[in-house]
Ligand binder design. Structure first.
Ligand SMILES: NC(=O)c1ccc[n+]([C@@H]2O[C@H](COP(=O)([O-])OP(=O)(O)OC[C@H]3O[C@@H](n4cnc5c(N)ncnc54)[C@H](O)[C@@H]3O)[C@@H](O)[C@H]2O)c1
Length: 347
């Protein structure tokens, strides 16, 4: 299998985790970086132990004939332009979340990828974590029976101590509590529940603490999901809290339940339902990009590219399904909690 040459757009926090993760796959190598700040090629190459060329022009960066994949980090409001340009240059792309800040932009990215027959991987890397690979496998194996209720919630204070706060507080930069960060929880909830969402109802509020006053959008939202087959789910996105990072998961099914790293199932004879049993997994417990399972996700993407297939779990289509639910939730919250049918967001 030929190693892919990857060019990274943006050289901020996420890029510093993506580059070693891509190189560690052994299936690809970061050979170039596009940054609005001029970078020192010698410093970059020595840092990553291989030749890395830097660019400040998107046109020249995309004109590299031996570039196979573009990895789009950088500011969220530049994702649409960069993803469409990468697709039009015939490059497959990795796209950091949120894929875009409006549903129309998501559709434009999808159209460009389809037209140019390129594949994409969206960074909903939680799906590739040991925790969610295990949970998904338990669900698929019937350990919980039919899951009729699920809640996955995101609690992570994004205040001035956090690098992206400088742009995340703006509507143009962060978008909404869900788009900015809680999207990981909504995406994980949709993974666990499966099936189609019929409607969502969302409410929002904001902390009164001075650190969160800078936000141009409500920093806490809670969303109820109604699925077409009658099941229900809930997703809170709370980025204005003072507490340790917490990615809460509670799934309830006809044969068992799962709470974070604990479970009970009727499928194992004589398991005591008055006590939880423990899963040997490391839970998602950090917002630090150095702790994210990027390497597993990127390996999966490069293997899928070699096979000419869409990647499992975090393909563009799969990730846009989650974005569609998020835009419906934000529409509901903006309308004071009016239930929004998913069909109001054209597929
Ligand atoms: N999947 C995840 O869990 C996860 C985690 C973090 C960020 N992200 C996403 O990755 C993207 C980038 O986020 P980030 O955290 O890397 O943001 P960042 O603020 O670190 O970088 C954003 C942009 O700012 C530029 N920049 C950074 N430091 C600079 C400086 N000192 N001077 C001038 N420019 C500078 C970078 O080159 C980059 O283009 C966003 O879409 C974000 O939502 C995703």
């Amino acid at each position: 299998m030929k190693s892919c040459n990857v060019g990274v757009i943006g050289y901020g926090w996420a890029a510093t985790a993506h580059i070693p993760a891509i190189n560690a796959t052994g299936l690809a190598s970061v050979t170039s970086v596009l940054s609005s700040r001029p970078l020192d090629d010698r410093e970059l190459s020595s840092r990553y132990g291989r030749p890395v060329k830097s660019f400040t022009s998107l046109k020249k960066f995309l004109a590299q004939p031996d570039l196979d994949v573009v990895d789009i980090t950088g500011y969220p409001w530049e994702h649409t332009r960069n993803a469409i340009a990468a697709a039009n240059a015939g490059k497959h792309f990795i796209l950091e979340k949120p894929a875009a800040l409006s549903w129309n932009d998501c559709l434009a990215i999808r159209a460009a990828a389809q037209k140019n027959k390129v594949k994409a991987c969206v960074c909903f890397e939680v799906r590739h974590s040991g925790q969610f690979l295990t949970i998904k496998s338990m669900i698929d194996n019937g350990a919980l029976g039919r899951v009729h209720y699920g809640e996955v919630d995101y609690y992570h204070g994004i205040g001035p101590w956090y690098g992206q706060y400088r742009w995340n507080v703006t509507k143009r930069g962060g978008g909404s509590s869900l788009l900015s960060a809680g999207c990981h929880a909504m995406d994980a909830l949709l993974l666990c529940m499966g099936g189609e969402v019929e409607s969502v109802t969302s409410l929002n509020t904001t902390s009164t603490h001075k650190y969160f006053k800078a936000y141009q959008y409500p920093t806490t939202t809670t969303t109820l999901l109604k699925f077409k087959d009658g099941r229900v789910g809930k997703c809170a996105s709370v980025i204005d809290c003072f507490q340790p990072y917490y990615f809460h998961v509670h799934l309830v099914g006809s044969e068992g339940s799962l709470l974070d790293g604990k479970f009970h199932t009727n499928k194992i004879a004589a398991l005591n339902k008055k006590q939880w049993s423990q899963l040997s997994i490391h839970p998602i417990d950090s917002g630090d990009v150095a702790d994210h399972p990027y390497q597993t996700q990127f390996e999966s993407f490069f293997k899928a590219l070699a096979a000419g297939k869409d990647m499992p779990l975090t393909s563009l289509n799969e990730a846009l399904n989650s974005h569609r639910v998020i835009f419906a939730a934000d529409k509901s919250a903006a309308a004071g909690g009016r239930p929004v049918k998913l069909k109001e967001i054209p597929a």
